[in-house]
Design a protein around this ligand. Structure first.
Ligand SMILES: *Cc1c(COP(=O)(O)O)cnc(C)c1O
Length: 363
């Protein structure tokens, strides 16, 4: 067996230790004689798995008791709909458009009410986080929506907008658990698991209790009501049992590592390795504004498209896979989520140096 360095943006790399543990429990979970996949979600054993996952997540992030934690399905994309359906009481919301997913979220919300685009970075291909200084928060806005880390373009928020007291809703799909989070600053946080937390099929929602409404139109699909999901502790119907089990293992892995501050330190170190190299390279360069650089998704290009292609091909042959940038951006993207070891990033940078040298660069 040979594992490569997988720089996929998602579904993405998971901690080896977590996969090995899951493997060892695959056929017989703790003496039950069955796999977690084969187990009733109403069983005592499974209840313990989901309770532990929630308790560990609460401990890891420091989630106050007036926030609910939900493990749902439908990915981050279903949250694009659930948020306006559940939160748009005045049928109005403010959105900041910092990338592809932020835009998708706003487009979906438009079906349910008035969407005010209060800032955007579309003018420069989403290569920066919009200026947050002079935002005009709409008086009747039910919430302000941002996308914390722009997976496709490789930018990230380093400060939060002042929302004039309106609940801040954040899509953290590609940055959740990469750094400490001050939950109190948010009304809702959601994250599809398949980027930084677990396998595809689970989305984590953290929602302040006072935002969970009961007075929704009667035609609201029952699965899309936060009140129903919260009352039933994510088990109104069969939850994504195996995904939640693996997320739980990742939470434990992070706790053992020293928590979010510890992993953040490692993430900053990894990102610095690549960005420092890019800044000194005569062949490769980062594609976004320095002050908006993501520490999860590093987007870069070389001096020509042909060279990009050659690089991606040779990198793959050398055990560095999924480095091709999103089709809308081109170039390369190295996703260096929590589970990517420092050695993986070092090896990539070494490979880039060799490639640069062999192809006429000065490195
Ligand atoms: C991947 C991604 C999405 C879409 O996630 P799905 O789970 O496929 O719906 C949304 N937002 C961000 C920031 C993402 O990275």
């Amino acid at each position: 067996m040979k594992r490569i360095y997988n720089f996929s943006a998602g579904p993405a790399i998971l901690p080896l230790k977590v996969l090995e543990e899951a493997q060892s429990e695959m056929l017989d979970y703790q003496g039950t004689g069955m796999s977690v996949m084969e187990m009733s979600h109403r069983s005592k054993t499974y209840q313990q798995i989901i309770d532990d996952a929630e308790a560990d997540l609460r401990k890891l992030v420091g989630i106050p008791s007036n926030y609910k934690v939900l493990f749902l399905q439908g990915g981050a994309t279903l949250q694009f709909s659930m948020i306006p359906m559940n939160l748009m009481k005045n049928q109005s919301a403010d959105y900041i458009i910092s990338g592809h997913w932020a835009k998708k979220a706003a487009e979906e919300a438009e079906k349910y009410g008035k969407v005010n685009i209060i800032a955007s970075s579309q003018d420069k291909m989403f290569s920066y986080i919009p200026d947050l200084k002079n935002l005009h928060i709409s008086k009747d806005a039910d919430y302000v929506h941002i996308c914390d880390n722009n997976t496709i373009y490789g930018t990230k928020y380093y400060e939060l907008p002042n929302t004039d007291g309106k609940p801040l809703v954040s899509d953290m799909s590609s940055s959740f658990l990469s750094e400490p989070i001050d939950i109190k600053k948010y009304g809702v946080i959601y994250a599809g698991a398949q980027k930084n937390v677990g396998p595809a099929g689970t989305v984590i929602v953290i929602i302040r209790e006072d935002l969970i409404r009961k007075d929704l139109p009667s035609y609201t699909p029952i699965m899309m009501r936060y009140d129903i999901q919260a009352e039933n502790q994510s088990m109104y119907n069969t939850p994504p049992t195996y995904g939640i089990y693996l997320c739980g293992k990742v939470f434990k892995w992070l706790l053992n590592l020293g928590g979010l501050e510890a992993i953040h330190k490692i993430n900053v170190e990894k990102a610095k390795l690549i960005y420092d190299y890019l800044d000194g390279s005569s062949m490769f360069f980062g594609t976004v504004e320095k002050k908006s650089r993501s520490i999860m998704n590093v987007c870069f290009k070389s001096t020509s498209e042909q060279l990009d292609e050659k690089f991606i091909k040779e990198a793959k042959a050398n055990g560095f896979d999924n480095l091709k940038g999103h089709r809308s951006v081109g170039g390369m993207r190295a996703s260096i989520y929590n589970a990517m070891p420092v050695e993986g990033v070092k090896a990539l940078v070494d490979f880039m140096k060799i490639f640069e040298h062999q192809n006429g660069g000065k490195a």
